[in-house]
Design a binder for this molecule. Structure first.
Ligand SMILES: Nc1ncnc2c1ncn2[C@@H]1O[C@H](COP(=O)(O)OP(=O)(O)O)[C@@H](O)[C@H]1O
Ligand SMILES: [Mg+2]
Length: 317
């Protein structure tokens, strides 16, 4: 580990600022992981892992709130003094390192970070993700991704939280879609989940997958439902009267869905409706209608069994 600076005035239990040692500003960059030995060398109060965010360069001599000799000198082409120049980085704290019975894990930091505490940068061969973050996972998995600038630092993920809600946030062009497409979705699939992607623009995901269903095909208006049923039953077994009956049934489709709770119940309701129709068909044509009905229900089957609509909902929604 390399000492890069010390904690400045005003640190709290959730954030701190590191003043960089001389010339470190050219070596240290944001998003780097650091270790703070809270309370001084060795970490008398504890050891805290954090990430550098938002660097700041200050030079009191170039402060714009008052006119200063250095500013005047600079205006005429001179180079102002760097004697009062300070570079710093804010540190977002990830957590305190807890070492218990030889096991290391990270837990939320609740102690104030002491000003003057030394801040260290991890060397490439001291992978903090493997040493501190990974052992804290309940069900450890690894993303197919590494930390920027450290190809050997693969990013750990906790499989336990996979069914929880996940949001990917960032300004336009920061890689949200890329991350979701190449890291998140493959990770979910590796964890045994099936992934349904809704791509409203049709540009982020559609070009990269073969199994694409246009949104118009999952529309739930009456005509789309009738078309769908017609498609899977060979145009209602080629029977115009049956098409008519299904047309009537589809007119009250949404009421029907409110009455039933499972796919099987829906299937039974459809069968009952068709049976009622067949029972009142003229005897001369009844066997004809029955044959068409048999053919239709040989093609039309409930997909799931005995599961309610509520259970069908993905935990990722
Ligand atoms: N980790 C990455 N490695 C390489 N290229 C990337 C990475 N993340 C994003 N990009 C590229 O940056 C551009 C913007 O990414 P994109 O995912 O479309 O951003 P967003 O969805 O946040 O607007 C794309 O051209 C993408 O290929
Ligand atoms: Mg995008």
């Amino acid at each position: 580990m390399r000492l890069i600076g010390r904690i400045a005035d005003g640190a709290t239990d959730t954030s701190a600022t590191a003043v960089l040692l001389k010339d470190m500003e050219s070596e240290v960059s944001s998003e780097s992981l650091v270790l703070i030995e809270n309370g001084g060398e060795g970490g008398k109060i504890g050891k805290v892992v954090g990430v550098l965010r938002r660097g700041l360069g200050r030079n009191e001599l170039l402060n714009l709130s008052r006119y200063r000799p250095d500013i005047a000198y600079m205006k005429y082409g001179g180079e102002p003094s760097s004697s009062r120049e300070v570079f710093s980085f804010q540190i977002s704290l990830i957590g305190e390192v807890e070492e218990r019975e030889g096991a290391i894990r990270i837990r939320p930091n609740r102690k104030i970070i002491a000003p003057r505490s030394p801040v260290y940068l991890f060397d490439d061969d001291e992978n903090p993700l493997e040493r501190y973050i990974a052992p804290s996972a309940k069900q450890l998995e690894w993303l197919d991704a590494h930390l920027d600038g450290h190809p050997t630092w693969r990013v750990p993920a906790d499989k336990f939280y996979v069914p929880y809600h996940v949001g990917v946030f960032g300004a336009t062009g920061t890689g949200k879609s890329w991350f979701t497409r190449y890291v998140l979705i493959p990770f979910y699939i590796r964890c045994g989940l099936r992934v349904l992607v809704l791509d409203w623009s049709g540009s982020d995901y559609v070009p990269y997958y073969e199994d694409v269903v246009p949104i118009s095909e999952v529309a739930q208006d009456e005509i789309s439902i009738l078309k769908y049923l017609s498609g899977i039953t060979d145009k209602f077994a080629g029977n115009a009267s049956m098409q008519d009956v299904f047309d009537q049934l589809v007119c009250s489709w949404h009421d029907l869905l409110n009455r039933v709770h499972t796919c099987d119940e829906l299937y039974e309701e459809i069968q009952r409706y068709i049976r009622q129709y067949i029972d009142q068909v003229d005897k001369r044509w009844r066997s004809n209608a029955e044959r068409a009905s048999d053919r239709i229900f040989r093609k039309l089957k409930p997909i799931t069994s005995a599961r309610s609509w509520e259970q069908e909902e993905s935990p990722l929604c």
